[in-house]
Design a binder for this molecule. Structure first.
Ligand code: GLU
Length: 305
């Protein structure tokens, strides 16, 4: 079966080096297997994701030499499709409206998981029809999906075996926000499945999303893809890079470096080459191997400091 990989950025800002590393590794893995490499714009929250950022991401990818195959879907245009899969969950009796405010969800008494997420305690799980009608007068609900007391396991290309009990470590999760916007967890599964993606490469910060996504794949009757959760970049104080680190976004980096310098520095940090020398992305394809990618956070290459 042909490998179909993808890069699925959320264009809420310019790409930073962590996003570039993700795009690079997703591209290299797909191309190493003579596979396709797709691009999808995850602009579910259209207010926070203007088209101009999506255009810049595509321009930056071209600048880096990371070419993709086919049309580029925009999640903001696919609500009708997500609604069809929401309906599947509804027919299975798995959905319920949740009226909890952000403050209530994050109250001090809420159980916090080791990765900082908050376990949903099920406040709205068993509301009666009367209670729902009453609460609807006060606020629009989000939509949650009921998860089973079930362990989901998968083997990650970087992290090896990973498992999570959905009820204990995830809890019922939101598939549609109270403003009607579909949640990432639903959209990402539907889009990857419908575009035939069978290899998902993304940051390690998303590994805890994967068990609930695999559960959704199976509910919808799709085969889950292979996953590779890549290490995150951190500065020399051990702080993980984020979109706030504007000095490391590609707008400024493109003024200071060549594509080969950026690629070489990241490839070195990720263990793909022995020295931090400039190299074009396509030159890294033939020697790419997931076994070289470490599990620990990666230090920001010196040239960017
Ligand atoms: N859109 C997500 C991000 O930019 C990535 C989601 C994914 O790769 O599954 O962080």
């Amino acid at each position: 079966m042909q490998t179909i990989g993808r890069f699925a950025p959320s264009p809420s800002g310019r790409m930073h080096l962590g996003n570039v590393l993700c795009a690079l590794l997703a591209f290299l893995s797909a191309r190493r297997q003579n596979g396709q490499f797709l691009l999808r714009i995850e602009d579910l929250d259209a207010m926070r994701c203007p088209r101009s950022f999506a255009d810049l991401i595509m321009d930056d990818l071209r600048w880096l030499g990371l070419d993709w195959d086919g049309e580029v879907p925009y999640q903001s245009e696919r609500s009708d499709i997500y609604a069809q899969y929401e309906a599947v969950l509804r027919e299975k009796g798995l959905l319920y409206p949740c009226f909890c405010s952000r403050a209530a969800l994050h109250a001090a008494s809420a159980p916090h998981l080791s990765d900082g997420r908050v376990l949903y305690v099920g406040t709205c799980r068993n509301l009666t029809a009367e209670q729902v009608a009453e609460k609807r007068k006060m606020r629009a609900p989000a939509t949650r999906v009921r998860v089973p007391d079930e362990v989901v396991r998968f083997t990650d290309a970087v992290w090896g075996d990973y498992e999570e009990n959905l009820a204990e470590e995830c809890g019922d999760f939101i598939i549609r926000r109270s403003d009607g916007v579909f949640a990432y967890q639903l959209a990402v599964v539907v889009d990857d499945a419908l575009t035939g993606v069978n290899e998902v490469v993304r940051g390690a910060d998303l590994i805890s999303s994967t068990p609930r996504q695999i559960w959704l794949y199976r509910l919808f009757g799709f085969e889950p893809p292979h996953f590779a959760h890549i290490p995150l970049l951190c500065d020399h104080d051990g702080r993980r890079l984020s979109k706030r680190d504007e000095d490391l976004d590609l707008g400024l980096l493109r003024e200071r470096f060549t594509p080969a310098q950026v690629t070489g520095a990241l490839a070195y940090a990720a263990g793909l080459i022995d020295r931090p020398e400039p190299v074009a992305a396509r030159e890294l394809v033939s020697a790419f191997d997931w076994g070289k990618i470490p599990r620990h956070d990666l230090f920001l290459p010196d040239i960017f400091r």
